[in-house]
Structure formats: C-alpha cells, structure tokens
Design a protein around this ligand. Structure first.
Ligand SMILES: NC(=O)c1ccc[n+]([C@@H]2O[C@H](COP(=O)([O-])OP(=O)(O)OC[C@H]3O[C@@H](n4cnc5c(N)ncnc54)[C@H](OP(=O)(O)O)[C@@H]3O)[C@@H](O)[C@H]2O)c1
Length: 335
C-alpha cells in the first residue's frame, strides 16, 4: 500500500511516499481504509524530531521507531481482528490511532492502518470524511481540556486565546453548545469566522492585549500559549481556571532542546497548590469523548472547519502550509 515514509528526523521536505506492506489487524484491532487524516502541530514535532526532549516520550531517540506518521483518521473498516466486538467491515469510523501521548508516529498517513477498537467510534453521518478526520485529535484536545477544567457549565464566561485554529474553532463550538458565553481571540482575518461560529465577543490579539482586559472569566483556554499566567490570574477571580494547551509555534517559541516543556511542567507543578490551575487527569476515555463529539455534530452544534485538503503525495506542502501558522481550522490529508 501507499504510505508516507519517515525514516529519520529532519525537515518536512525529507518525507517520502513509498510502498509498504498492508498491516494485519491484531487481537482487539480494526484495519481501517483511511479516507482522511489530519495534519497538526504534533505531526510537525515528530517529523522534525524537535524539541529533542520529545524523543524521550516514545517516538524513538535517534530515529523514529515506526516509519509512518499520523495520529488520527476517518475511514471505513476493512477487516477486524480477533475479539473485536464494536465494529464490522464496512462501518464508517473516525478517531485516534495513537492513544495517549501524541508524540509518536501512529501510521495513518497511509492507505490502511490497524487501530485499537477502543480508539475509534462510528463517524457522524452528517460529516464528510475530511470533517470527521478534523474532529478527531483536535476535537479530543478541545473537549478533554474543556471538561477537565470543571468550568464547562451554562452561563460561564470562557476566553479562548488562539480560537481560530484547529483546536480553538472546535472548543468555541463545544462551549457554545454547552451554553457558555465565549470571547474569542485571534488575528483580524479570523474574527468574522469566529463570529459565525458563535463567539459572543471577538478580540484581535494584534490590537488588544488579553492581560489588560477589564472583564472576569470563569475559564481561559490558552491554545496559542502566549499568555502570562500570573497576569491572567487577575482576570480569573477566585474560582476561574487557566488551561494551557501548549503551542511552540513550530519551533519559533521555546528552545530546540525543550521547546515549551519547561513552561508546561512549571504550571503542572504549581497546579498542586494553585486554585486557578486544574489538576491533570490521566484517565482519558477516548470512546465516550469521541461519542460526545459525534452527538454534538449530529445535533448540528459542531462542524469542523477544514481550511485545506492536500493529497497524501503532497504531505510536505501540507506541513509547510501548517508551519506558516495561518491556517483557519484544520489542514487535512487524503490518500
Ligand atoms: N490540532 C491538533 O490536532 C493538535 C494535536 C496535538 C497537539 N495539539 C496542540 O494544540 C496546540 C494548538 O493547536 P492548534 O492546532 O489549534 O494550533 P493552530 O491551528 O496553530 O491555532 C493557533 C491559533 O492561535 C493564533 N495565534 C497565534 N499567535 C497568537 C497570539 N499571540 N494570540 C492569540 N492567538 C494567536 C493563530 O493565528 P495566526 O498565527 O494566524 O495569527 C491560530 O489561529 C498545538 O500547538 C499543539 O501543541 C494540537
């Protein structure tokens, strides 16, 4: 089968298209014919091998342990392994390939991939395969962080910093569906889209600084990871929460060894005694969260924004487009 081959860390232009054996589903796995998969920041990290510390999280230290990138998919079940109970050949599905830490190659940049059955669920019929792929990794990041904040409640006021990208456009819609009031921050070219997606207020980050606002928020979701937590505390009151997603803007922020990790771990350590920082939750139930995303889509409350779709053969162009940093919503690949 056709696949993207990543045999060493380096520039995205080093990726090649090659022919490899089609995988066989093991026990508990499903073989999926991939019809769409998403290109996102963690793919860029794993392909380039940067920050270097990332390689300690399972992707392989000197070279990638597995050769085919990709963490998510939308497609059709081709074959099922032993003891698979939730799927049959022909089912349309979407979800993750890599369960847990996304800093490793998962194999979905290919025509077929074998995935654990507990990492995927049935695709919403109302979404295209491209939209469903855009909902997988980004949608899980959005819903897990919103739910984990314990502030996803009707009437609460949420500020999303970096609302116009892949995670932000989904977080905005999920929050609106739950009855939150949303202030969306991004550059001026994305503000009209953010209004259309349901934002109550929009802010151009090049004109206004979030830290100098006079409003109080129940939750600040810092997708762009450009805010100063100490300054945000003034906007949160006693019970508000600050959630950092972690974004090093494709190597433009943070060092090449550690990237954004020191900032992330410093906040994690402080979360033990700071009321404004939520505790990290390691118990992630992919299926129930994917099903929540599907339900919201079927109710017409959640529709992923797909900026551009590239064919698999143009994976380098897709990553370059992502790296330029101005995509609206998600960038998608189709085999
Ligand atoms: N999307 C995924 O599937 C995925 C997967 C794994 C991990 N993540 C994590 O989630 C992070 C965010 O992902 P994403 O895919 O949503 O990123 P993204 O698509 O790059 O979105 C970030 C948004 O922030 C905006 N922005 C840039 N500078 C800003 C500033 N100073 N203030 C406010 N907004 C600013 C960007 O707009 P402009 O640059 O156009 O101005 C862009 O709209 C990633 O870095 C990664 O760590 C995401």
């Amino acid at each position: 089968m056709k696949a993207v081959i990543h045999d060493h860390y380096g520039p995205t232009s080093d990726l090649k298209i090659g022919e490899i054996d089609r995988p066989r589903p093991k026990e508990g796995q499903v073989l999926v014919r991939v019809l769409a998969t998403s290109v996102h920041a963690d793919i860029w990290h794993v392909v380039t091998g940067r920050p270097y510390a990332m390689r300690l999280f399972g992707s392989g230290f000197f070279k990638p342990k597995t050769a085919v990138p990709g963490t998510d998919l939308a497609g059709i079940v081709e074959e099922i392994g032993e003891n698979v109970t939730r799927f049959s050949p022909g089912d349309e599905v979407f979800g993750e390939v890599v369960v847990g830490m996304q800093w490793k190659n998962g194999g979905s940049f290919a025509e077929y991939v074998a995935v654990p059955e507990n990492a995927i669920t049935k695709k919403p019929a109302c979404l295209s395969f491209e939209e469903a792929a855009a909902l997988s990794t980004s949608g899980l990041i959005a819903i897990l962080n919103l739910r984990g904040s314990e502030r996803l409640q009707t009437g609460n006021h949420l500020l999303i910093n970096g609302a116009g990208g892949a995670v932000g456009t989904l977080a905005l819609q999920i929050a609106r569906a739950e009855g939150l009031q949303v202030t969306a921050v991004d550059n001026k070219d994305k503000l009209e889209m953010l209004h259309t997606l349901g934002a109550d207020h929009v802010i151009d980050y090049q004109v206004n600084s979030v830290e100098s606002l006079a409003t109080t928020y129940d939750l600040i979701l810092d997708v762009a990871s450009t805010l100063d937590y100490a300054a945000c505390k003034r906007l949160l009151g006693e019970h508000g929460k600050y959630v950092l997603i972690g974004h090093d803007h494709y190597g433009r922020v943070g060092g090449k060894w550690l990237g954004n990790l020191p900032h992330f771990f410093a906040l994690l350590a402080r979360s033990a005694f700071e009321k404004n920082l939520p505790k990290l939750n390691f118990e992630i139930d992919h299926v129930s969260n994917l099903e929540a995303l599907r339900t919201l889509s079927e109710q017409g409350k959640l529709k992923p924004v797909v900026d551009r779709t590239f064919p698999l053969s143009e994976v380098t162009e897709a990553l370059r487009y992502l790296e330029a940093g101005h995509a609206r919503g998600q960038v998608v690949l189709t085999p």
